[in-house]
Design a protein around this ligand. Structure first.
Ligand SMILES: Cc1cc2nc3c(=O)[nH]c(=O)nc-3n(C[C@H](O)[C@H](O)[C@H](O)COP(=O)(O)OP(=O)(O)OC[C@H]3O[C@@H](n4cnc5c(N)ncnc54)[C@H](O)[C@@H]3O)c2cc1C
Length: 352
């Protein structure tokens, strides 16, 4: 099979890049096993703000302005609901936080995203929030599990090979990339944290941060709000809620742990007053980078090999615009912003 582009990996990053190619009528094949990845277990929260410190995310507005229409269009393409426009209610811990919120919400960087007036807690039987909430206005949840499953089975069924590649089986020449019976002009690796075993790009400083989460069932809790206390509590429909997450930079296994579970329960119990049942616990590794910026660009030696990675904790928000930047770079020779271009690491890390 001859194609223009081979995409390796179908998390939220691979999906967004596949969308660029599909919309631009460029022939491609995706190779990705059916296994779950960080994207599948993510809360899918699109949040332009940092709610710990009341900051805006880097490039928040342009990422958000691109992401929401992209997921809206995917919803239409799939004929399935995946985008839920829900406010995030940040639980205040003190009157000082109420004041800090008011100041942040009046700043130029945040006035579009935060409601100035804070909300008093009229759900006292459900949620412990004596100091009330601040509301994030332009937030949403993307059902990444449904999006990834439906995209695979409805949109690219004839262009997906469900297996994990062994990097040694890739044939790499200047003009082509081969893998089994596939011949492509170029390859774009979208492997998330697994990129650490990719011999072509393992020189990049991908750190990885393990995240554990729970799915709980809780009747009588509002399904119209994403709560942010010490952790997120986000509605998934049918009385199910996503609870998380832990951050662990040392353990790189995807095994769930008793410590993780107990930590999540203790944080949840600080603000959820209703009884609940734990249905599931999951763990995956986020692709986080030393300098907290994405990893996009071309291999220093192999000019038909590209990487799209390092989206950290904001893959759902950032991947749509990043995929446009990478597409323009690969197909139209446009420059990548220096802060995301992997050439920022070449001198320091590339040892060939
Ligand atoms: C608990 C948790 C909660 C999160 N919550 C949010 C959130 O609310 N909002 C948000 O924006 N982000 C969130 N994130 C972060 C988000 O999940 C990541 O930013 C995003 O999923 C990274 O996507 P990715 O496609 O780069 O990687 P992944 O999702 O890891 O996908 C990698 C893909 O590559 C494939 N692959 C790897 N190696 C090979 C190989 N050799 N051959 C073929 N295929 C291969 C995998 O099978 C997979 O398909 C969360 C993460 C975790 C762990």
């Amino acid at each position: 099979m001859n194609v223009d582009t081979l995409i390796v990996g179908l998390g939220i990053v691979g999906l967004n890049y596949a969308e660029q190619l599909r919309k631009n009528n460029i022939d491609f094949v995706v190779i990705a096993p059916e296994e779950q990845s960080a994207s599948h277990i993510a809360a899918g929260i699109v949040n332009p703000t940092v709610l710990k410190r009341f900051n805006a995310v880097w490039n928040a507005e342009i990422f958000l302005n691109c992401a929401l229409p992209v997921y809206n269009n995917l919803e239409v393409l799939l004929g399935t609901k995946i985008l839920y426009r829900l406010p995030i209610h940040r639980i205040f811990n003190s009157t000082q936080e109420q004041n800090e919120w008011g100041i942040a919400a009046s700043s130029a960087a945040l006035e579009k995203f935060l409601n100035k007036e804070w909300i008093s807690n009229n759900r006292q039987l459900e949620i412990n929030a004596p100091y009330g909430f601040g509301a994030v206005k332009q937030s949403a949840r993307v059902d990444t599990q449904r999006l990834l499953t439906d995209y695979r089975t409805k949109i690219i069924l004839d262009r997906i090979v469900s297996e994990k590649i062994n990097h040694q089986d890739l044939g790499v020449e200047d003009g082509s990339i081969t893998y089994k019976d596939i011949k492509a002009k170029k390859v774009v690796f979208c492997q998330g944290y697994s990129s650490v075993v990719n011999p072509y790009f393992n020189y990049l400083p991908l750190i990885g941060s393990k995240g554990e989460m729970l799915i709980i069932e809780c009747e009588a809790l509002s399904e119209q709000v994403i709560y942010k206390g010490p952790i997120f509590l986000s509605p998934m429909g049918n009385y199910k809620y996503w609870v998380g997450a832990t951050f662990d930079r040392t353990d790189k296994s995807t095994k769930t742990s008793i410590n993780g579970r107990e930590w999540l329960i203790s944080k949840l119990n600080q603000f959820l007053k209703l009884p609940y049942t734990i249905l599931e616990q999951r763990a995956e590794i986020r692709a986080t980078v030393q300098d907290r910026r994405p990893l996009l660009g071309v291999h220093p030696k192999h000019k038909n090999m590209f990487i799209f990675n390092g989206v950290g904790t904001r893959g759902v928000l950032m991947s749509p615009l990043l995929s446009q930047w990478l597409f323009e770079f690969i197909e139209n020779n446009k420059k990548l912003p220096a802060s995301v271009n992997i050439n920022r690491f070449e001198n320091k890390y590339f040892r060939n």
